[in-house]
Design a protein around this ligand. Structure first.
Ligand code: GLA
Length: 388
């Protein structure tokens, strides 16, 4: 499938710019096994890059303008790379402008270039197409102008670009897009950015993404509110337990002991963060042992916390997880990513995949009159240069 995307992108480039692309970059979306909304809470996360990608074609043009075409949107933009950039109404361009701004802020000088890109990462599904856009774009510029930016710094600059666009996100998405490895999940310590790779081996279970096909507009505002609520909760914890620096250092008991000092929301957000950090450690150990039953149980617990305490789920996602819970052949399921729509990640016993897909599609349609979308994904390499 990606070969088709690559051809589409390079053919377009050739027609549009009348020249063969010099660099072709592939930048993936991501899944996350467990560890949701704790990358910005000093937690651990367990994501992986996937085989859904954005393909970019690039070449330098010896001017000071970047001519960029979003093939799928049939839109183009011209940006003067020497000028300060501002947010635009063409939202897709902002992720790229954000990257150019980060380069400028770090003192990198880049010249003009031509670029076209095309994607097969569904947008609004919680698969981090925006991180893929930022990281692939930056990777290409880094290659063209030999800037020598290290992969982790690319992830950090991508994250800053996303902040500039308006989502005060953690590091998980950009990190996994850049650092992914085939058949490996990455356990990232979001406090230190240390990371280890673990086999993405779900033994006799298959990983399936069920896309609710809804994206509630609350996402950006509520995401940023969650961060503020967590900061408030942590502040109260710190004030009462001087040894605490982050949710990583907290016990559930400490949070419970301060219930009366917190608003109900701040209390529940804090409790969720502390519990989720612990769950990721247990889940990663279970994965290493091939104990998919424990991993699945933890995934269900995460969903419960995201839905009831962190309140980032929605009716559609809760329904999909309830359907999963009712099936003996499903061992774990939860909403994935920021929430308020997008996908659930679900582990289904090998051999039962098609029956479950069919059943969920039918029941989901009956309940919401919405077509369920389904993705089988492969755990794949991070952002890389394509050499044919
Ligand atoms: C979005 C953000 C990530 C992370 C997830 C929730 O994808 O970009 O940084 O916080 O939500 O886990």
């Amino acid at each position: 499938m990606n070969e088709i995307l690559i051809k589409k992108t390079t053919d377009f480039f050739q027609k549009k710019f009348n020249s063969v692309a010099d660099k072709v970059i592939l930048s993936p979306g991501r899944i996350n096994i467990i560890g949701e909304h704790i990358d910005y809470n000093d937690g651990y996360v367990l994501p992986a890059a996937i085989d859904k990608i954005i393909c970019f074609a690039f070449e330098k043009n010896n001017t000071t303008t970047a001519n960029i075409s979003a093939i799928d949107l049939d839109e183009s933009v011209v940006i003067d790379v020497t000028k300060d950039t501002e947010l635009s109404d063409a939202v897709w361009t902002n992720y790229l402008r954000g990257v150019l701004l980060q380069l400028k802020l770090k003192g990198f000088e880049v010249g003009g270039f031509n670029c076209s890109f095309s994607s097969n990462i569904p947008t609004g599904s919680g698969l981090s197409s925006s991180a893929a856009l930022e990281c692939g774009f930056l990777y290409g510029i880094n290659e063209m102008f030999n800037l020598g930016i290290k992969p982790i710094d690319m992830a950090l600059m991508g994250q800053k670009a996303e902040h500039w666009v308006g989502v005060n996100c953690g590091i998980m998405d950009q990190f996994s897009s850049v650092m992914g490895l085939e058949n490996k999940v990455i356990k990232i310590d979001c406090r230190t950015l240390d990371y280890t790779y673990h086999d993405a081996n779900f033994v006799n279970y298959s990983l399936i993404l069920f896309d609710s096909n809804v994206k509630h507009s609350l996402f950006t505002s509520e995401y940023n509110v969650r961060r503020i609520e967590c900061t408030e909760g942590l502040g109260i914890l710190k004030a009462n337990f001087p040894e605490i620096n982050s949710f990583r250092d907290c016990t559930e008991e400490q949070v419970v002991s301060l219930k009366s000092k917190m608003t109900d929301k701040v209390y529940r957000r804090s409790l969720y963060a502390v519990k989720e950090i612990k769950r990721v450690i247990l889940a990663c150990a279970a994965l290493d042992k091939g104990d998919i039953a424990t991993l699945g149980k933890l995934m269900f617990e995460t969903h419960d916390g995201l839905s009831k305490d962190y309140e980032v789920s929605c009716e559609e996602l809760d329904y999909l997880v309830d359907l999963a819970k009712a099936e003996e052949v499903v061992i774990g399921s939860r909403l994935m990513g920021g929430g308020f729509g997008g996908c659930t990640i679900t582990l289904v016993k090998k051999g039962s995949e098609e029956a479950i897909k069919e059943k969920f599609t039918k029941l989901y349609k009956e309940k919401f009159n919405i077509d369920l979308k389904i993705y089988d994904v492969k755990v794949s390499n991070g952002t890389s240069i394509y050499i044919n």
